[in-house]
Design a protein around this ligand. Structure first.
Ligand code: OOG
Ligand code: MG
Length: 262
């Protein structure tokens, strides 16, 4: 850590205020070029603490920048991890109020729900599959609090990996009923297919993203509790959306989920 508690708290307040007031800001690494990963995750944790103190509840965890398409789109090279609170949840087929977001984009993802806790280090695909209750389609709505959606890794970690909204739905599948590497995904916007991919786009197998999250938390003495919903990361590049758009994600063998921007 290079930043003191007061600075961490000030940065958390700055980023959360941008989210709540729907305005962007410059990268925090512009002000603190020497900040390290622990600083970045400490800012992210301080934002969560602010929300929990106001009565919000944790609704899930996420891995991001887990596919080549996403890393290339954002110009970065390694996965990042974050969280979603209950107010980020959109019901299956529900509405997102676009005026509450800065410059939203949508991502096709596979969501995991655990029946057993996972703890790293040493967590691997097999442990993840054994601990998974079911998988299902998930659309993540990301909304970077940084100007023009441009950031470096530490800035985006501090900004809770651009998390904003998400929907899950469709047909939950057991992990032995689908091949998560070859499973095909089609993302449609207003009835037009706009992005396609297969599960293997995420680190070769989406369960790897969950294992990496468990290992990341394990290094901090934390685990992923049983029952946790986890988004494993965008399979394709993220697609910009605006008010009036309807977005639907089809995942082979797992049905569809959708949301509408109003
Ligand atoms: C960072 C969050 C990336 C994903 O699924 O790759 C992410 C961003 O691109 O703004 O959630
Ligand atoms: Mg995502």
């Amino acid at each position: 850590m290079t930043l003191d508690d007061l600075t961490i708290e000030t940065l958390a307040e700055r980023l959360e205020s941008c989210q709540l007031q729907v305005r962007d800001t410059h990268r925090i690494t512009d002000d603190f070029p020497g900040m390290d990963w622990e600083d970045a995750y400490a800012v992210q944790a301080a934002i969560l603490a602010r929300k929990l103190a106001r009565g919000r509840r944790l609704a899930g965890l996420k891995a991001g920048l887990t596919s080549m398409a996403k890393m290339k789109q954002m110009g970065v090279t390694s996965p990042v991890f974050g969280w979603m609170t209950d107010d980020y949840t959109v019901p299956h087929g529900g509405e997102v109020r676009t005026a509450e977001l800065i410059h939203p984009r949508v991502e096709p993802e596979i969501a995991f729900v655990l029946k057993k806790p996972l703890r790293g280090p040493g967590c691997h695909i097999a442990a993840v599959l054994e601990a998974t209750d079911f998988v299902l389609p998930g659309i993540e709505v990301i909304d970077s609090r940084y100007k023009d959606f441009k950031f470096d890794l530490k800035s985006v970690v501090a900004d809770n990996t651009s998390a904003a909204r998400f929907v899950v739905g469709g047909q939950p599948a057991r992990v032995d009923a689908v091949d998560l590497r070859t499973v095909g995904v089609v993302l449609e916007k207003n009835g037009e297919p706009v992005a396609f991919g297969a599960g293997a786009a995420v680190l070769g197998h989406p369960a790897t993203a969950i294992a990496e999250l468990a290992n990341h938390l394990g290094r901090r003495g934390q685990e992923i509790p049983a029952g946790t919903l986890i988004l494993s990361g965008g399979i394709t590049e993220a697609v910009p959306v605006r008010a009036g758009d309807h977005v639907c994600l089809h995942v082979q063998g797992m049905g569809s989920t959708s949301l509408r921007f109003v």
